[in-house]
Each structure stands twice: as structure tokens, then as C-alpha cells.
Design a protein. Structure first.
Length: 217
């Protein structure tokens, strides 16, 4: 059952940015910034004492980097959803955050609408990598790789659905796109998770990129 309210810890070394995010979330009953920190170690200290649902973190901070913080949080606090907000939009950085299994990554020049959309998606159990960020990952792939032994277990339909999952289609959207029922899509998703030994949607995305199962769009 989806929660009604989500407590947020935001981490950024610029207080003005923290204040800006707080102002964007004023009046949003669903999302509440309960704690903030200006560096990674302070954030970890806060997590030792306080329970939160979402971590919003920058990447460039003094001392511990945002990427290191995200990795530690995902390893130690499995229930916390992570949304990265950063000006970094190079493939290496995006790939590093994806491998840490952060649920979302958007750029700091995004607007309120995309921020709220990202928070909604990650709290619904999905992922949200902005179009600008995702395109960097897709640009890395010049052509679809021949299916490897690791992917031979997937049927043609499962590969098709996996590619749509990577593009962040919901089950309903996949069903409409392929003219099949949502129930059928959900069954395929379960089979794909099992066959790829993935526990999360982020894990599926990592699997797809590792095997180059998505093509540039």
C-alpha cells in the first residue's frame, strides 16, 4: 500500500539550493523535507538517528562525493529511495549512479513539474531518469549488440518488453503499445526479473545496458 507522506533528506553543499527545493515542495502534503545536510558524512550521521523515505543528493560536495554517499545509502538502507539532482550529465557519472541503483537522476536545471514527477515515480516503485540523462546512456550504444548467452533465456516478446521498461513505460503503457493486457505484461515482467536474476527495475535497466539491448532513439 502506497504511503500518504514521504519524509525527505536533502544533501547539497549550497544552502540556497536546499532552500530552493524546499520552496518548490511547499504545499505538497505528499513530500516533506524533514532534514538537510551540506555534506555526505553529515547525511550519514543523520540517517543513523532519523528515518527517512527519500534521499535527494547532489554529486559534487566537499569530502565524500555524492556518488559515494548514494552507494553507501543503497547498501545500508535498502528501503530509502534515492533521487540524484546534479549538473553533471556525462556518461561516466550517469553510469556510475545507475550502477549504484539510485532510483532517479535529474538535472538541476529541471523544473518543479519534473521534480514532482520523479518523486512520484520512484515512490511508486518505478524509476525516473530524465530524458537528457537517459539519452547519454543511449548515445553510448551505436548499434544493438547481438544477443549474448546471458540474454538467450529471454523470448523475443520479453526482450521487447524489457526495452520498453528501460524507456520507463508503465505496465499500462506497455500493454497499450503492444496491444496486450496489463495482466500479460505483469506476467512477462515477473518472468524477466526471474530470468535475469534482477531484484528491482533498476537491476533490469543495468542488465539491459550491460548487454546493450537498447538502441539510440
Amino acid at each position: 500500500m502506497e504511503k500518504e507522506n514521504y519524509d525527505i533528506l536533502i544533501v547539497d553543499d549550497h544552502q540556497m539550493f536546499i532552500d530552493g527545493i524546499e520552496s518548490l515542495l511547499i504545499g505538497q502534503d505528499k513530500f516533506r523535507i524533514k532534514h538537510h545536510a551540506n555534506d555526505g558524512q553529515t547525511a550519514l550521521d543523520l540517517l543513523e538517528e532519523h528515518q527517512v523515505d527519500i534521499l535527494i543528493s547532489d554529486l559534487s560536495m566537499p569530502g565524500m562525493s555524492g556518488a559515494e554517499l548514494v552507494k553507501i545509502v543503497k547498501e545500508k538502507y535498502h528501503d530509502i529511495k534515492v533521487l540524484v539532482l546534479s549538473m553533471h550529465n556525462n556518461r561516466e557519472t550517469v553510469g556510475e549512479i545507475l550502477m549504484s541503483e539510485a532510483e532517479g537522476y535529474i538535472l538541476k536545471n529541471t523544473g518543479k513539474k519534473e521534480l514532482l514527477n520523479a518523486l512520484d515515480r520512484i515512490t511508486e516503485g518505478s524509476t525516473f531518469y530524465s530524458k537528457a540523462v537517459m539519452s547519454l546512456m543511449l548515445e553510448k550504444i551505436q548499434k544493438q549488440k547481438q544477443i549474448t548467452q546471458e540474454t538467450q533465456c529471454l523470448t523475443e516478446r520479453e526482450l521487447e518488453i524489457l526495452q520498453l521498461i528501460v524507456q520507463e513505460f508503465s505496465s499500462e503503457e506497455i500493454a497499450d503499445h503492444l496491444f496486450i493486457s496489463k495482466r500479460t505484461v505483469d506476467t512477462h515482467r515477473k518472468h524477466i526479473l526471474k530470468k535475469t536474476e534482477s531484484k528491482t527495475i533498476v537491476g533490469l535497466i543495468k542488465f539491459a545496458f550491460r548487454n546493450e539491448l537498447v538502441s539510440p532513439t
